[in-house]
Design a protein around this ligand. Structure first.
Ligand code: PLP
Length: 376
């Protein structure tokens, strides 16, 4: 019994161990892992009902990764490869989660980590992670896009490992999310919805599906749906945005580094990239927390906001009818996966502002009773 338990605990060794054949590692690569990946794919209970049971909706909760976002999938590969090359410093620009993840993995590798972040724009949880893991924090007066420009220049002048998603090894690691979805469902979903900021993740997920398709692990490719926030929607507008603004800080990016591969993912999959309002993001944020039991950060809720918006517009009916004919699908409802990219605990300030903490009460039974009775 005891040894069985031990087996259960130790079986999952992270995304490199599990998907080694699809990743750029060899026996020479020292594997730096926090056993990331293997995140839950959860059938939605309430969202399906809100959509009149017209589709099967699954939520891939990436918030259970070791540092609380999908960035860990890419970081295990990028940091392992940096260590293999003998590099001793990792560097990245970040809206928060990349720096949290880079700091943790560099720490394990015995490497230093420097992060360049827009001053005053990083959610408290993420900044405290980077601090706790011992990163050198350079906050600059500027945007994420400015920070990334600085970091890219620096990598030309110093022997450092660039740990942003412009590093192709990050993309390689992050594609394992698509693999896990296929392994769980038994095939690719019909629609794959995710938030898009710097556009590394949509690039990597599409790459993952294509590789699984080529390896004949799946019989179809999904339609890719990218979701941006209205105030930070360069891919929808077709041009960079100088001062991106949105409550969803992880996707507050005006000039995505992986612009072209995001457009390619959209077009090759016959999909779409749409923009949703901050109000719609907050609505989805609330539904996910209240009804699905999933506390995500606002950027992650964008995928569900996108699902709701497209469902309202009748997008899925038309599109799924096309797919059914093309692919001889005999299911009568589409399978939709929404990626929930990061944990809600990352950004407690937004939660406290959105859900509003009530005033303290006098310490009496009556006061508490009245407070409860007011809302039931
Ligand atoms: C990084 C991040 C995104 C955006 O991913 P890109 O690869 O930059 O498009 C979305 N949500 C969360 C929580 C993130 O950390």
């Amino acid at each position: 019994m005891e040894s069985d338990m031990r087996l259960l605990v130790t079986r999952w060794q992270g995304v490199i161990a599990h998907y080694r054949d699809f990743l750029p590692v060899s026996e020479k690569t020292p594997i730096i892992t926090l056993h990331e990946g293997n995140t839950p794919l959860i059938r939605s209970r309430w969202i399906e009902r809100m959509l009149d049971e017209r589709m099967e909706v699954y939520l891939k909760f990436e918030g259970t990764n070791p540092t609380g976002s999908f960035k860990d999938r890419g970081m295990t590969v990028a940091v392992s490869k940096a260590l293999e090359r003998g590099l001793t410093i990792g560097i990245c620009a970040s809206t928060g989660n990349t720096s949290a993840s880079a700091a943790a993995y560099c720490g394990v590798a015995g490497m230093k980590c420097a992060i360049v972040v827009p001053a005053g724009k990083i959610a408290a949880g993420k900044l405290s992670q980077a601090l706790a893991h011992g990163a050198i924090i350079c906050a600059v007066h500027g945007s994420f896009d400015d920070a990334l420009k600085i970091v890219r220049e620096l990598t030309k002048e110093m022997p450092v490992a660039l740990l942003n998603s412009v590093n192709p090894e990050r993309i390689e690691g992050q594609k394992t999310c698509a693999f896990e979805i296929c392994d769980a469902i038994g095939d690719a979903p019909d629609f794959h919805i995710l938030p898009v900021g710097n556009a590394g993740n949509i690039t990597s997920h599409w790459k993952g599906y294509r590789e699984y398709y080529e390896a004949k692990r799946i019989s179809q490719l999904p339609v890719m749906v990218g979701v941006q926030a209205e105030g930070a929607s360069p891919l929808v507008k077709g041009e960079p945005i100088a001062n991106p603004e949105t409550i969803a800080t992880a996707i507050r990016i005006g000039n995505p580094a992986s612009w072209h591969s995001a457009i390619r993912a959209r077009d090759e999959s016959n999909g779409t990239i749409i923009a949703v309002s901050d109000e719609a993001i907050v609505d989805a944020y609330r539904i996910l927390a209240r009804r699905e039991g999933l506390f995500v950060e606002p950027a992650s809720a964008a995928s569900v906001a996108g699902l709701m918006k497209l469902a309202q517009e009748g997008y899925f009916e038309g599109k799924f009818e096309e797919l059914r004919k093309e692919r001889n699908i005999d299911r009568d409802r589409p399978i939709v996966v929404c990626i929930l990219t990061g944990h809600g605990l990352k950004d407690p300030q937004t939660a406290l502002q959105t859900f509003q903490l009530p005033e303290p009460l006098p310490p009496t039974v009556n006061a508490v009773k009245r407070a409860i009775e007011q809302v039931i």
